[in-house]
Design a binder for this molecule. Structure first.
Ligand code: PGA
Length: 250
């Protein structure tokens, strides 16, 4: 099963549900591929309730973009707990996106978010990735290992986590890793987690994110161990998002 996950970031108003209806209509028509992939869209908090109701009986799943790390309710102005998200009928949340890490979220906090999200029966899409300087200094894998080991603390957690490898230098920049570069990283992450948690490699799911569009997706078709994509900019248009899926299976 592959995943095509759209991260809308700070985008969308109530009428943006039209984008999802178009994606859903494509998915229903796309009989050949139905069993091969899953679509998840992460709109901002403001649209979660409406989208969750609208797409309840469709095959599209809705995800939150983040969640708070403690309590059901509490004196945490502006924050939303996993409990509150789950009660909307939502089953997924992104955690650890680099744009949230940039505003102060560290691996320990991200670990607390993961465990509370899982306790509330949300599946987690955990974002990891190195920045340009770390890449230049050949620190990519040590950065990824640290992000993984400090935030995933148990094998039972890992089963409910989809990892999204998103190099910071690629997000929104139009630059993507080469096929070989990406394949090596995906395989290395799987080997590392397989060794650490004794979980079969085929049960570890890793997506790629960063400037995925209908062109760049073609580079990655041949990577067997890649389990899908986390798509930012191109997920805000139904056409761009659908073209990615079409090109991937063409
Ligand atoms: P992008 O963003 O596809 O616009 O590069 C990806 C992400 O930040 O999740």
């Amino acid at each position: 099963m592959r995943y095509f996950i759209g991260n809308w970031k700070m985008f969308g108003i109530p009428s943006s549900h039209k984008i999802l209806y178009k994606i859903n209509a494509f998915f229903k028509r796309d009989k050949n591929n139905k069993k091969k992939y899953k679509i998840i869209i992460a709109p901002p908090f403001t649209l979660l309730h409406d989208f969750s109701k609208r797409f309840k009986s469709s095959k599209i799943s809705i995800s939150s973009q983040n969640c708070y790390h403690k309590d059901f309710y509490g004196a945490h102005t502006g924050n939303i707990s996993p409990f509150m998200i789950k009660k909307l009928g939502i089953n997924y949340t992104l955690i650890g996106h680099s744009e949230n890490r940039a505003s102060g979220e560290n691996n320990k906090l991200i670990g607390e978010k993961i465990s509370l999200a899982l306790k509330n029966k949300l599946s987690v899409i955990l974002c990891i990735g190195e920045n340009k300087i770390e890449k230049r200094n050949k620190k990519t894998f040590s950065v990824l290992k640290k992000q993984l080991s400090q935030s995933i603390t148990s094998k039972k957690y890992l089963k409910k986590i989809i990892i999204a490898y998103e190099p910071l230098w690629s997000i929104g920049s139009g630059r993507v890793p080469s096929k070989n570069e990406l394949e090596k990283i995906i395989v290395n992450i799987k080997k590392y987690l397989n060794k650490k948690f004794r979980l079969k490699r085929k049960n570890i799911r890793i997506l790629y994110g960063g400037s995925v569009d209908k062109q760049s997706v073609l580079n990655f078709k041949a990577i067997n161990e890649l389990d899908g994509f986390l798509i930012g900019g191109a997920s805000k248009s139904s056409k761009n998002f659908i073209d990615i899926i079409k090109n991937f299976y063409k």
